[in-house]
Design a protein around this ligand. Structure first.
Ligand code: GDP
Ligand code: IMO
Ligand code: MG
Length: 425
């Protein structure tokens, strides 16, 4: 029997998961998204084309790979339909090719969930989470509150009644907010999209994935967001509403922990965050702006400017521990090409102590990063396509990270395109 490999973000999201899942997809029979929803934006580039996927797994461009939207994902039918319409217009139609299935236990994002998200953020004012406003939090709240609607419910004769009942609840809550909204237009689009979604095969992801394993087929679970946005272990409350860690792959697909194989932890050669919340190594200055411009650090989903800073080793060590990472993947090394000196945070000064972990009170007391200076490689690495061509100082940086993090770096990414990827060992 095979196992499920997992690929997930070790920072605050946008590490480059989409690109690498696409690169690795020829090695897998199935790619399965396990949590999050259209708050995700996973970018893929190849043959001079660029695609951003929100709900659809990033294995969709590989001819032989099946793709599953798992039970742990929250689905906005309108966005999923739009994604598929756009893919079709670009000559890729995974539905017609029978390459996409959806878990019937995945929960649905209703238009009123989005309104609740927006009303909530509006009320919080400057203390807002900085949500993508896709309705993620309210949908997961209804899931755990046992109110939610699932993909499988769309085929029930009383689906509309169930929908109306839930929307009534939402309206009662919204009456307590000073927030204007109109659901009419969105509701029409929602029901049109629901009809479309019925044409995509619905599966029980637990049986589906375990069936692949029984047949000796290979499976890669694709995470969304990043470990530091995990609802339990991230910088709460500045987090998303799902478990973004390896454990989330078990609950989000229906696989037992002993079915997890390799865990690929993906990180940028520096660090970014979009939305509110603590970010110890943030560079709110010219250097941060430089990273943002060179790295095109603007959200794939919302277009918001991403906050930028140096790599944070205590945070990465924490993420590696939580996920049981077996191999690392370092992205966007090319963005640091022009720097004379780069820095890595090795510890924090916090409440008069030097610590090497993320403290509980990180929200109220900002830790001061202790930075180690590292000489830059000052070389354009975007065209490097052989390990032997990696500049010595970049190889030193990777060796330094491997020593600190105690996990090997298996892949190095030197540009957004599929082909700008090196396998190191
Ligand atoms: P994801 O959410 O983890 O899939 O990441 P995003 O797609 O939101 O953000 C990653 C961004 O970096 C995208 O615009 C990618 O095209 C781009 N990217 C990925 N790898 C590299 C790389 O090695 N170098 C550069 N310069 N850009 C990259
Ligand atoms: P991918 O999969 C980066 C952030 C939001 C906000 C917080 C909560 O592309 O890496 P939510 O919409 O979940 O209520 O927002 O989480 N966030 C992300 N940041 N990448 C993502 O996804 C994100 N998904 C959510 O900016 O701070
Ligand atoms: Mg993204």
């Amino acid at each position: 029997m095979t196992q499920v490999d997992v690929l997930l973000g070790l920072q605050w999201g946008d590490e480059g998961k989409g690109k690498i899942v696409d690169v690795l997809s020829p090695q897998y029979d199935l790619i399965a998204r396990f949590q999050g929803g259209p708050n995700a934006g996973h970018t893929l580039e190849f043959d001079g084309k660029k695609f951003v996927l929100n709900t659809i797994p990033s294995g969709i461009f590989n001819e032989k790979t099946m793709n599953l939207i798992g039970n742990g994902v929250v689905i906005d039918p309108i966005i999923l339909k739009r994604e598929l319409d756009n893919l079709k217009a670009a000559g890729h139609d995974p539905v017609a090719k029978g390459k996409l299935v959806i878990a019937r236990k995945a929960h649905l994002i209703l238009p009123s969930h989005q309104v609740l998200d927006a009303a909530n953020e509006h009320k919080m004012g400057k203390d807002k989470i900085g949500s993508t406003l896709k309705g993620i939090g309210p949908t997961y709240m209804d899931k755990t509150g046992r109110n939610g609607l699932r993909v499988g419910d769309t085929t029930l004769p009383d689906f509309k009644d169930r929908y109306n009942k839930l929307v009534e609840k939402h309206k009662e809550i919204l009456a307590h907010y000073d927030f204007e909204y109109d659901l009419t237009e969105k509701e029409a689009a929602f029901f049109e999209a629901i009809e479309f979604i019925k044409s995509i095969p619905h599966v029980d992801s637990e049986h589906y994935v375990n069936g692949f394993l029984k047949e000796g087929k290979t499976v890669l679970a694709e995470g969304a967001q990043g470990t530091l946005l995990d609802v339990d272990f991230g910088s709460y409350p500045f987090v998303t509403s799902s478990n973004t860690t390896t454990a989330g792959a078990c609950t989000g697909l229906g696989i037992a922990p002993n079915k997890v194989g390799h865990v690929y932890g993906i990180f940028k050669a520096y660090c970014t965050r979009v939305g509110g919340g603590p970010f110890p190594t943030e560079l709110d200055n010219e250097i941060g702006e430089n990273l943002r411009q060179v790295g095109h650090e603007f959200g794939a989903t919302t277009g918001r400017a991403r906050r930028c800073g140096w790599i944070d080793l205590p945070a990465l060590k924490y993420a590696i521990m939580l996920n049981g990472v077996t191999e690392l993947i370092m992205m966007k090394a090319d963005v640091l090409d022009g720097f004379d000196t780069i820095y890595a945070c090795t510890h924090y000064e916090h409440n008069g102590e030097t610590i090497d972990y993320m403290p509980y009170d990180i929200i109220s007391v900002k830790p001061t990063p202790v930075l180690k200076a590292i000489e830059g490689w000052k070389t354009d690495v975007t065209k490097v396509n052989k390990v032997a061509e990696i500049p010595a100082k970049l190889a030193d940086y990777i060796a330094f990270l491997e020593k600190e993090l105690e996990v090997p770096v298996k892949y190095l990414s030197v540009g957004p395109d599929r082909v700008q990827t090196l396998e190191l060992n």
